[in-house]
Design a protein around this ligand. Structure first.
Ligand code: ACM
Length: 529
């Protein structure tokens, strides 16, 4: 037995020794070379194309702020060369090669995005290396999925520009590329709309735990700053303007567009029975679309039935039903969503919907469906059968407001199920469709962080780290390269980086290191289950 344990531990050492430079997500191919490259203030960096200039700066800034190492740019003969290769038009923009030799590092790609990811891999190797000694290696890498997303709900709790930028920087560190920003919901509206200033000034008052807080929101200047910050990191930002439900904060600001609600969710929906609601919301979408150059807006469409009881008696809605021959509330909802999607298509933007909307009948080439109800696999089936591009974000295991440890008390569970880091890691988007024709419809995966229980930065960190690293590997790394033991080993120096960054992270290897902090409880208004 002892021998077996010894043999196993030797075996694991060997396997772990192959963990490629502590790069997360695990690259496609990693071949260890001979010797080491020492990164220090004598190192220099060059780029062969001006499109790479900001990427070189990014690397310099990160090294300086995290390691205190200053490296200079140099036109030729630099020890770190960023190379944009002439590439074919359709080349995968995430692909890159990273070559580390004792005297020379070269990062090459046919798209600046690939060069950026090569720089990120090098940065991870540098930040996790002992004495700045980076192992020689040849890496060839590219993403498995083009949609590698994270959603943050800032309606229920507002975190502000600095925290959002920090999250975006961590997303970049893990090659995540899509930030879905849930900016409107019941407790607060967080986006300045110039034509309707009260949305932010009145709709921005309060949060999930404290309805009296002074208004918190992003001005349009803030939004531009954050979108530009994200773009420098190859992250696109997609806002969500949730409708027709989850509109309580907007209705507080402009009650004339409210379609009422139910006892549990008063003033929950916009009013689909009034013509003026459509022009009001279209104006809001116009301003929003200009602010977010991704050319996609998430229109929500979730959980309308939670708060549309008043639709049954609202005279405007009853009139609409009669005029348009709409048999029930679902048909009203579909009529409304179709019109709002059309408004968006007219702005040349795509519409994104939660999976309740698969039956609305909107065109598939302009629409993306988010499958979130893990207990309703039929919704995903329908989306794929109808040919919709689809992003997978099922509550289990991709809702990060679920706890990650059985002993944690303040986040969500599904009966007894929750979302430990390993289950996030093992999530396999490929397993949801065996049909080769259907596979390309699965754009990728996303984790959603709802914030009913997230009353501050420490709790946000606690739910996000280290699951963000597992999410990244589930989204980026091809199945045959995934290995949870190797990931766990690479994660160790990453946990050290979290600590150095002052994050209050959960340590799955030492669960008691940072205990779960209590959250003020409130009977949740809209505790999605
Ligand atoms: C959702 O969790 N209501 C999309």
């Amino acid at each position: 037995m002892k021998l077996l344990v010894l043999a196993l531990s030797l075996f694991t050492t060997v396997v772990f020794a192959q963990a490629p430079g502590n790069v997360i997500p695990m690259p496609d191919k990693y071949v260890k070379g001979e010797g080491i490259f020492v990164l220090n203030s004598n190192s220099t960096i060059s780029y062969n194309n001006n499109q790479l200039k900001t990427i070189a700066y990014y690397f310099q800034n990160e090294l300086l702020s995290q390691k205190g190492i200053t490296i200079q740019q140099q036109a030729k003969g630099a020890s770190i060369a960023l190379v944009l290769k002439p590439g074919t038009k359709n080349a995968d923009s995430s692909a890159y090669q990273l070559s580390v030799k004792p005297n020379q590092v070269t990062i090459s790609a046919s798209h600046p995005n690939g060069v950026f990811y090569g720089v990120i891999s090098l940065l991870q190797m540098a930040l996790t290396a002992k004495n700045n000694q980076i192992e020689a290696a040849e890496i060839t890498d590219a993403a498995a999925y083009g949609w590698r997303g994270l959603m943050l709900d800032e309606s229920r709790h507002f975190f502000g520009k600095q925290k959002v930028k920090s999250i975006l920087n961590w997303m970049a560190f893990y090659k995540l590329n899509t930030f879905h920003w849930h900016l409107t919901d019941e407790p607060g509206w967080r986006l300045e709309i110039k034509k309707y200033p009260n949305l932010a000034l009145i709709g921005g008052i309060g949060d999930f735990l404290n309805p009296g807080l002074p208004a918190q929101f992003y001005t349009q200047a803030d939004i531009k700053e954050i979108v530009a910050y994200a773009a420098e990191r190859y992250i696109k930002v997609i806002p969500e303007i949730d409708m027709p439900g989850h509109a309580t904060a907007a209705n507080k600001a402009y009650p004339e567009y409210s379609g009422g609600g139910s006892a549990g969710h008063p003033e929950f929906t916009f009013n689909p029975g009034l013509e003026k609601t459509y022009s009001y919301l279209t104006d809001i979408l116009k301003e929003t679309n200009v602010l977010f150059p991704a050319g996609m807006i998430h229109l929500g469409g979730d959980e309308v039935s939670y708060g549309n009881e008043k639709w049954k008696s609202n005279p405007d809605i009853l009139k609409l039903r009669e005029q348009k021959n709409l048999k029930n509330d679902i048909e009203v909802e579909q009529y409304f969503m179709k019109r709002m999607a059309d408004s968006l298509y007219n702005l040349r933007a795509k519409a994104i919907f939660w999976d309740e909307m698969v039956d609305v009948g909107v065109p598939r080439e302009k629409t993306i469906i988010f499958w979130w109800r893990h207990d309703k696999p039929g919704q995903l089936r329908s989306a794929l059968n109808k040919g919709y591009q689809t992003v997978l974000c099922p509550r289990l295991p991709l809702y990060f407001d679920f706890v990650q440890d059985s002993t944690h008390q303040y986040g969500r569970k599904w009966n007894k199920l929750y979302n430990p880091v390993e289950q996030v890691y093992q999530f396999d988007a490929r397993s949801f469709s065996k049909d080769a024709k259907e596979q390309p419809l699965i754009l990728g995966i996303q984790a959603d962080l709802w914030t009913e229980t997230v009353d501050g930065d420490a709790r946000l960190d606690y739910l996000l780290f280290p699951r963000i690293a597992a999410l990244a590997e589930a989204a980026w790394t091809k199945n045959n390269r995934k290995d949870f033991a190797a990931f766990s080993n690479s994660l160790k120096p990453h946990l050290t980086l979290y600590g150095q960054a002052g994050l209050y992270y959960y340590n799955p290897l030492k669960p008691l290191q940072n205990p779960e902090l209590p959250v003020k409880r409130k009977k949740p208004l809209n505790y999605k289950d």
